[in-house]
Design a protein around this ligand. Structure first.
Ligand code: TRP
Length: 375
């Protein structure tokens, strides 16, 4: 494996991601044990993404929780760029939003950016990104969000409302800021220069729609943070509260610890929400990087290395039970659990989730209208 330099931008993630370095470079706050306790206490329940620091960094989450304790409601916001089918990596923040909505009974805004992906990806037509937007929405709905409090925005379908807000934001962002924050240059199309103002709109939409000041809390992968830096700079100038951000680490690629799981890396090592149990098993058996030893004898004697084993790493995201996870770790390390057996544990875990998800995803087709914001 060659060691690639780390790149983390909203449009590209490469190399081994050093999350502590990102906290420093982006100027965010690490998630402290005290803050974890405070969330769990207010939520009245724990979540393994907190205990395992899969959500590891934030901006103003402490402030938002203080306001909540003083009786102020907040709104959840996250989103999806519909450049392909949904895979499990996309859903990490969504699972967490489900926990937060259940615990805090918060309104939840979900932005699907068919406009962004159309402008960014040379090969995608607007028809394609729009149809993927509707397809991806099913995966969100399937997670069981409260239809009364969950609002899905497909950008091109909610343009009338969004445009009026976006231009107010855009007026306060210069091209040189956009270049510095997003790495745009003179070959970048002008649509992309405008685009970050669209991603800032849902930060203020709760306040606009509910006609009172409501802070947004954005659970999202850390690569989206540049958008929040700009939004936090601009929206107070328009009289709205700065959004709070809560950052998660990436679900790593099955192939190894570099980068994040992404469709562009190859369909084969990506688990889509529509994959059949057979395909899931095939992909994991064939592609999940193993920390096991080369021979059975050596593995039994010396044990495997769970820390570099992708099936184990994935189980830290998908096995909620701490005790089970710990047993798996120890048994693999001691050599009593074999690579094939570890892979099978992951395969079973994912297939139980996906089989149920696929049924709910089908049912979601008739519920779309309950969730979509239209104007
Ligand atoms: N830009 C994001 C992407 O390409 C989509 C998105 C829009 C988003 N709003 C968001 C992601 C808010 C997280 C949080 O995937």
């Amino acid at each position: 494996m060659t060691k690639e330099a780390m790149t983390v931008t909203p449009w590209e993630v490469k190399g081994i991601v050093d999350y502590q370095k990102l906290i420093k470079e982006f100027g965010t706050q690490p998630l402290s044990e005290d803050l974890i306790k405070s969330i769990e206490k207010k939520a009245g329940r724990s979540h393994h993404f907190l205990r395992r620091k899969i959500f590891f960094s934030h901006r103003d989450l402490d402030l938002l929780l203080q306001e909540f304790a003083a009786g102020k409601e907040f709104a959840l916001y996250t989103g999806r760029g519909p450049s392909g089918k949904t895979h499990l990596g996309h859903m990490i923040p969504w699972f967490f939003c489900k926990y937060l909505q259940d615990a805090f009974d918060a309104h939840f805004y979900f932005q699907i950016t068919d406009d962004e992906k159309f402008m960014y990806q040379p090969s995608l037509s607007l028809e394609e990104t729009n149809s993927l937007a509707y397809d991806n929405a099913l995966d969100l709905i399937a997670l069981g969000f409260n239809p009364k409090k969950t609002h899905i925005i497909i950008d091109t379908e909610y343009g009338k409302t969004m445009y009026k807000l976006a231009i107010q934001i855009a007026k306060k962002i210069t091209a040189s800021q956009a270049k510095a924050v997003f790495g745009f240059n003179d070959t970048t199309n002008i649509g992309m220069y405008f685009w970050p103002s669209m991603q800032a709109v849902p930060c203020i939409l709760p306040s606009v729609l509910q006609k009172k000041s409501i802070r947004a809390l954005i659970p999202a992968a850390i690569d989206q943070d540049p958008f929040w830096r700009v939004a936090r700079d601009v929206v107070p100038k328009l009289g709205f509260p700065k959004p709070a951000a809560f950052h998660n680490i990436f679900l790593p690629s099955l192939l190894g610890p570099q980068g994040k799981m992404s469709t562009s890396e190859g369909q084969h090592a990506t688990i889509f929400t529509t994959d059949t149990p057979e395909i899931v098993a095939q992909k994991i058996k064939k592609y999940a990087f193993s920390g096991g030893k080369d021979t059975l004898k050596e593995h039994r004697e010396k044990g495997g290395n769970p820390d570099i084993d992708m099936s184990y790493r994935w189980l830290t995201f998908f096995e909620e039970d701490d005790k089970k996870l710990k047993d798996i770790y120890e048994n693999y390390k001691s050599g009593s659990l074999l690579s094939g057996e570890l892979k099978q544990i992951l395969i079973d875990k994912l297939n139980i989730f996906l089989t149920d998800h696929q049924k709910k995803r089908e049912k979601a087709k008739k519920d779309l209208d309950k969730f979509l914001l239209k104007d």
